[in-house]
Design a protein around this ligand. Structure first.
Ligand code: ADP
Ligand code: MG
Length: 260
């Protein structure tokens, strides 16, 4: 009898997409029995855990859609490694007020200082808070998924770039853009203007970066939209990427030569 009921609970839970109960209908029952829960508490427990399961699935879906290159968090970022970086500035960005305000955020600095790490860390924070996020490098943005790995890459259709609350355009300013590509950047930035927040990272200064757009008027239009009210985080400091290598080198040179 109990087995028949359990089977029916499983079926109905599946129909209602109550994934937690569908997977293990006995778990809440056993817990209710062990803790001697009343009917009201039991119903509360079941619904609460279903909401938890649903939120977890939604988070996983958002995380996948974001297309992040890795999942490093801001807790993994060692602020003390960049003495010129004001921890308060980073903490302010971490509140995600700029996402709420739908303004831009520029992260500038030489290679290896953690621009991508910070932008991904902010993305992880935004995802946890329920925002939709999308990551792309500027190169992928303008050239779109290459034929060869089109299947493995997320598509870069305009709608997909417009919908997220936070769009990250990583590695801007590396190579000069052709007019059509610069125009595509303008289209994306213009559509998102006042509608969503965009983080841009670059190892160039803003004016050097503007030069890569070729066309001055287009560059001005892009920067105008992107920089309006934007947060700017400039990281001038040592490369973390080189840190490990330099230490290894130092150890290697400090070590006395093994005797022949
Ligand atoms: P950038 O995008 O500025 O070139 P990355 O964000 O790719 O630099 O950083 C290079 C590597 O060093 C990454 O693995 C990143 O996680 C790590 N990294 C950089 N800065 C820090 C830091 N301050 N604390 C911890 N890891 C860091
Ligand atoms: Mg980077």
């Amino acid at each position: 009898m109990a087995e028949l009921i359990t089977e029916r609970i499983r079926r109905h839970a599946t129909e209602l997409r109550l994934h937690g109960i569908a997977e293990d209908p006995d778990e809440p029952i056993e817990r209710a029995e062990a803790e001697r829960l009343g009917y009201r508490e039991f119903l509360d427990l079941v619904l609460e855990s279903e909401v938890g399961v649903l939120e977890g699935r939604r988070y996983q879906a958002r995380l996948k859609m974001a297309g992040l290159p890795h999942h490093k968090t801001l807790d993994e970022f060692d602020v003390s490694f960049q003495p010129e970086l004001d921890p308060k500035r980073l903490a302010e960005l971490r509140t995600l007020r700029f996402v709420e305000r739908k303004v831009g955020c520029l992260i500038l600095g030489p290679p290896g200082v953690g621009k991508s790490h910070i932008s991904v860390g902010l993305a992880m924070e935004a995802l946890a808070r329920g925002y939709l996020v999308r990551y792309t490098t500027l190169d992928d943005l303008v050239r779109g998924p290459r034929q060869a790995d089109a299947l493995s890459k997320l598509s870069n259709k305009p709608a997909q770039l417009q919908r997220p609350h936070l769009l990250i355009i990583d590695e801007a300013g590396y190579v000069p853009l052709e007019h059509a590509d610069a125009n595509r950047v303008f289209q994306v930035v213009n559509r998102r203007y006042t509608r969503g927040s965009t983080i841009v990272t670059s190892n160039k200064t803003v004016s050097e970066w503007a030069d890569t757009f070729g066309d001055e008027a287009l560059a001005a239009a892009i920067l105008d939209r992107l920089l309006h009210d934007a947060e700017v985080l400039a990281i001038n400091g040592p490369s973390y990427r080189l840190k490990g290598r330099l230490e290894a080198l130092r150890q290697a040179t400090d070590r006395p030569e093994p005797a022949e």
